[in-house]
Design a protein around this ligand. Structure first.
Ligand code: AMP
Length: 186
């Protein structure tokens, strides 16, 4: 089955490495090109804004999910295809996980980690069963991957770490994972 909608978790800031924004824009371009709907937190700042703008500039579809208390002009993206306003962060996160076929994690801070780990945990609890990809731009997630391997080595996981997430280092690698691009050699 090919992926028709992808929820992206990422920073509301740009981060210090220019490649963070560059990769986010490439992901946005790639989603639009492959007609995959972007679902995200609905913000206009940082990597969130960059990925959404890149989808929209390439005529793609973007759904933002915003809790009312964050829905002020400084935070909210006004040009998305659809903005869903919700009561609170809990509803927002549930919808972010529910509405997508799979998720992608780009570099980010606490909010990004929260969403990533919650979605991982819900997979483990069979609340849903959705692929989670991690874009390890500039090795941003190297330490986290080392730590997650440690959780497996030390016996805290229920299955192989690769069952839970797939780490890529370049935006282009996502295309194959979306199931839209033939695997080379075929
Ligand atoms: P952070 O990584 O701490 O910058 O948080 C980013 C993540 O948390 C995003 O994936 C959003 O879903 C959510 N988030 C945090 N701050 C905002 C904001 N100002 N506007 C929209 N979403 C936000």
């Amino acid at each position: 089955m090919s992926i028709k909608s992808l929820t992206v978790f990422c920073g509301s800031k740009n981060g210090s490495d220019p490649l963070f924004v560059e990769h986010a824009r490439k992901i946005g371009h790639l989603l639009a090109k492959n007609k995959v709907t972007l679902i995200y937190g609905g913000g206009n700042k940082g990597i969130m804004g960059a990925v959404a703008n890149a989808v929209l500039e390439n005529n793609g579809k973007v759904i933002g999910i915003m809790p009312r208390f964050l829905a002020v002009p400084e935070h909210q993206h006004n040009g998305v295809t659809e903005m869903i306003e919700v009561e609170d962060m809990h509803v927002r996160k549930r919808l972010l996980y529910e509405k997508c076929d799979a998720a992608l994690v780009l570099p980010g801070g606490f909010g990004t980690m929260d969403e990533f780990f919650e979605m991982l945990t819900w997979n483990q609890l069979n609340i849903h069963n959705k692929k989670i990809f991690v874009l390890n731009t500039s090795g941003f997630y190297d330490h986290l991957v080392t730590f997650l391997n440690k959780t497996e080595e030390d016996g805290f996981l229920y299955s192989d770490i690769h069952q839970y997430l797939q780490v890529i280092s370049l935006p282009e690698q996502l295309e194959t994972l979306l199931g839209k691009k033939e695997v080379s050699g075929k």
